[in-house]
Design a protein around this ligand. Structure first.
Ligand code: NAP
Length: 288
């Protein structure tokens, strides 16, 4: 039997029913400067991270216009263009960036459309594989925001549509307008507030993309509550946190972020880690 590449061992999920992606992907937000603003401290290492991710079997990358803005997109294009046929790049629109560390939702149709067009241009693609509404703008009807993404899909500029940071009600409302392929909410061992959304996604065959899968690094640090079990299983805390997510549900697609090749390699090795039922339960019940 051929040796499987790391991400491959996590298995495959069909986004929107027809777009295969390996279940362990990569989130590009860390490829920016402080406050998710401007270029990263070491752009050459960022290029190495992206290329290494693909070498290790990753075929699903999550980015957003807001990362930098457009810094992550520029690096993805620099490192990976022309893209492999099977590479799936998910991006987002709907959060504006007036300054470092500041994120303001804008859901007006003309802004969502402009940012989708800029995403196409910066990434260098003719169609966005998965376009996610980054945040629902409370000052614009949800139907108008989702309707704009649906129009872009009708025009052939977008293949699948996803949502981010939504509740079950919003997900249901959006699904009346257009098929929703994915939902991206904050979810990790230490923060399971979106459990109901994950259960809904699983029931309806929608991908659940947990952002902050490592609680932005807190779960990966030495001294994390996962340390003891990690030592026993000869794994690292970040690998346990990711393996737990992969085992939580077959619709979960974690996208751990990192700016370092060493952390990337460590994280992707989680795809080969299988937790017993009791180990998964121990992790679920630790005090975070
Ligand atoms: N939809 C949304 O609203 C939303 C919000 C936030 C993020 N996201 C997406 O979700 C992705 C993942 O979130 P994230 O990147 O913010 O958080 P994360 O994956 O939970 O953690 C990333 C942090 O953990 C550190 N880290 C990663 N691997 C490590 C390891 N093996 N050992 C020690 N430290 C490690 C990274 O530092 P190093 O760089 O030093 O490795 C970084 O500080 C993002 O990249 C983005 O694509 C979406």
């Amino acid at each position: 039997m051929p040796t499987l590449m790391n991400a491959e061992r996590a298995g495959t999920y069909f986004l929107g029913g027809d777009l295969p992606v390996r279940r362990l992907g990569y989130g590009a937000m860390q490829l920016t400067g402080p406050g998710v603003w401007g270029p990263p401290a070491d752009p050459d290492e960022s290029v190495r991270v992206l290329r290494r991710a693909l070498e290790l079997g990753v075929d699903f990358i999550d980015t957003a216009d807001a990362y930098g803005p457009f810094e992550a997109d520029r690096l993805i294009r620099k490192a990976l263009h022309p893209y492999a046929d099977d590479l799936v790049i998910a991006t987002k629109v709907g959060l504006s960036r007036p300054a470092p560390g500041i994120w303001v939702p804008i859901g007006r149709p003309e802004y969502l459309r402009q940012q989708a067009e800029l995403n196409l241009r910066h990434l260098g693609v003719e169609r966005i594989d998965l376009l996610q509404l980054h945040r629902v703008d409370p000052s614009v009807p949800l139907a108008e925001q989702v309707g704009t993404l649906a129009d872009l899909r009708k025009e052939g500029k977008v293949r699948h549509i996803g949502l981010s940071e939504v509740g079950v009600d919003q997900l249901e409302q959006a699904r009346q307008i257009v098929p929703i392929a994915s939902v991206q909410n904050r979810y990790n061992l230490a923060d399971r507030a979106s459990e109901d959304v994950l259960d809904y996604a699983e029931k309806h065959g929608i991908a659940f993309i947990p952002w902050f899968p490592l609680a932005t690094g807190a779960l990966a640090k030495p001294g994390s509550p996962l340390d003891q079990l990690a030592t026993r299983l000869k794994a690292t805390p970040s690998q346990l946190a990711l393996a737990w997510l992969l085992q939580r549900s077959p619709v979960v697609l974690p996208i751990p972020g990192t700016s370092s090749v060493a952390h990337l390699e460590e994280n992707l090795a989680a795809a080969g880690l299988s937790l017993s039922e009791s180990e998964a339960e121990t992790l679920s019940n630790l005090d975070y």
